[in-house]
Ligand binder design. Structure first.
Ligand SMILES: Nc1nc2c(ncn2[C@@H]2O[C@H](COP(=O)(O)OP(=O)(O)O)[C@@H](O)[C@H]2O)c(=O)[nH]1
Ligand SMILES: [Mg+2]
Length: 440
């Protein structure tokens, strides 16, 4: 069993780079970062403390030099040796080898069970660590031996604060290095503005496409992300838009709503409540035939048919596949939108994007924009997976809280890029102003 990177240490410093430099000087490339958080450092009796970071890291086993790391081996590691001895004992039925095993000092206070559990846990941690090092290279911080230009260091920090993934940060740094000479790097403001432009270009906006009515719009996605609310918002936006157009003699669009969500108590009542305020009714379709019939009956009279679906955990692949069957079985041409909330963590988002793929979604809708402060993770994953965004929503109110995505909204929410009014108007000019016009 390998003990590579088995223990987690902590180091504090002014910033991530300082921690990394200290570790590089001590251990070369024999360490790997696990995470970091802001903390207060220095000072005396709580006075004069400064903001800094605490970084956690693991060491390669050959490097687990406890004196250098400034910490003694913990009780935990001696317990692990003892637990390993016990596993040997159980495997070999050889009590002598167990007793001779390094670190074994007799059966401690805990029971055999608890030690065996510790041993199992150790095994699991080791497997996990291996998986992290091998498979999730995108997320694990790789040590860098060469020192970087200060502009690059500070841009990296800003991107990390905005929770962009390491893969995305690396790609931006790569672009900076290709684009700017060392002299040009000293004009940090210019480099930063270029970075904002690149991020803006990476945000893919779903473009309008003409679909012959009826437009069948299906919202799918995990439970509680706001699918039902978003359907109400879209229906309200269509109604509002139609009101504006009324003066121009446009016919008022006919909207239908059908829900396949029979699993959640109150789900139908919730959408019925919104629908009633817009003088709309809601039907329920619990199987492909009913949905197919509903769509056929309404195909000539409706302009828009919204299909509200049950939310499933992204891990519940079976239910998602079932839903795909229901929708595909209906035999109608539909636009599926994958809905998730702006606070979704990058790794969870990757799983959602992957597991809902069976529904053949056209683009994504991002909800609860009002509840999150960092959107870097979402931008990174969507860019990496080449997914476009149709709408963002930002509030529990149904009116005026949905808009076509424009990169400007994302860019303005980034922190640390010090965008002044003049620069923001440039962003608006470049990427289009926010608007509430509806796309579907
Ligand atoms: N803050 C905020 N809350 C929202 C937004 N959209 C939906 N919600 C809330 O999220 C909760 C779940 O919404 P619901 O539409 O039932 O989610 P569903 O399970 O995906 O259909 C409700 O309390 C909504 O009011 C949004 O854009 N911002
Ligand atoms: Mg719902």
């Amino acid at each position: 069993m390998s003990e590579k990177f088995a223990r987690v240490y902590e180091i504090t410093g002014k910033n991530i780079e300082e921690c990394k430099n200290t570790l590089n000087a001590k251990y070369g490339s024999n360490w790997v970062q696990c995470g970091w958080k802001k903390t207060l450092i220095g000072g005396f009796l709580g006075f004069g403390q400064k903001e800094g970071v605490m970084m956690s890291y693991m060491l390669n086993s050959e490097y687990q030099d406890f004196s250098k790391a400034g910490k003694e081996p913990s009780v935990y590691s001696s317990r692990i040796s003892q637990a390993k001895a016990l596993i040997d004992y159980h495997n070999n039925r050889d009590s002598q080898s167990a007793l001779k095993a390094p670190g074994f000092s007799g059966i401690p206070d805990g029971t055999l069970t608890s030690i065996a559990q510790t041993a199992n846990l150790t095994q699991k941690i080791e497997q996990l660590t291996k998986a992290v090092n091998e498979g999730f290279g995108n997320y694990a911080r790789r040590p860098e031996a060469v020192s970087e230009h200060s502009t690059i260091i500070s841009i990296k920090e800003t991107l990390a604060e905005n929770e962009f993934t390491l893969k995305y940060i690396d790609s931006i740094i790569e672009r900076i290095k290709k684009t700017f000479t060392v002299e040009e790097l000293s004009d940090e403001q210019t480099v930063r503005q270029q970075v904002v432009n690149w991020i803006g270009q990476d945000i893919s906006v779903e473009s309008d496409s003409y679909v012959k009515p009826p437009k069948i719009i299906v919202l799918c996605g995990p439970t509680g992300v706001g699918k039902t609310t978003t359907i109400a918002k879209l229906a309200a936006a269509i109604k509002l838009h139609a009101k504006k157009e009324e003066a121009r003699q446009h016919p008022v669009p006919e909207i239908r709503i059908v829900t396949t969500d029979i699993t959640r108590v109150g789900a139908k009542e919730q959408i019925e409540h919104w629908a009633a305020s817009m003088k709309l009714t809601v039907e329920t379709a619990e199987d492909p035939e009913t949905l197919g019939n509903f769509l056929r009956v309404n195909k000539d009279s409706a302009d828009y048919i919204f299909v509200d679906t049950a939310g499933y955990s992204p891990k519940d692949i079976k239910s998602i596949a079932n839903m795909a069957d229901i929708l595909n079985g209906s035999g109608m041409n539909k636009q599926v939108f994958l809905t998730f909330s702006a606070g979704t963590k990058p790794r969870d988002l990757e799983e959602i994007l992957r597991n809902y793929e069976v529904l053949n979604y056209k683009s994504v809708i991002i909800t609860k924009f009002d509840e999150t402060s960092s959107v870097g993770g979402i931008i990174s994953v969507l860019a990496d997976k080449h997914k476009s965004i149709s709408y963002v929503t930002y509030g529990q109110d149904v009116f005026g809280t949905i808009e076509r995505t424009v990169p400007a909204r994302f860019l303005k929410s980034l922190s640390g890029f010090s965008m002044d009014d003049e620069y923001i108007s440039k962003i608006d000019a470049k990427f289009g102003k926010e608007n509430t016009d509806i796309l579907i």
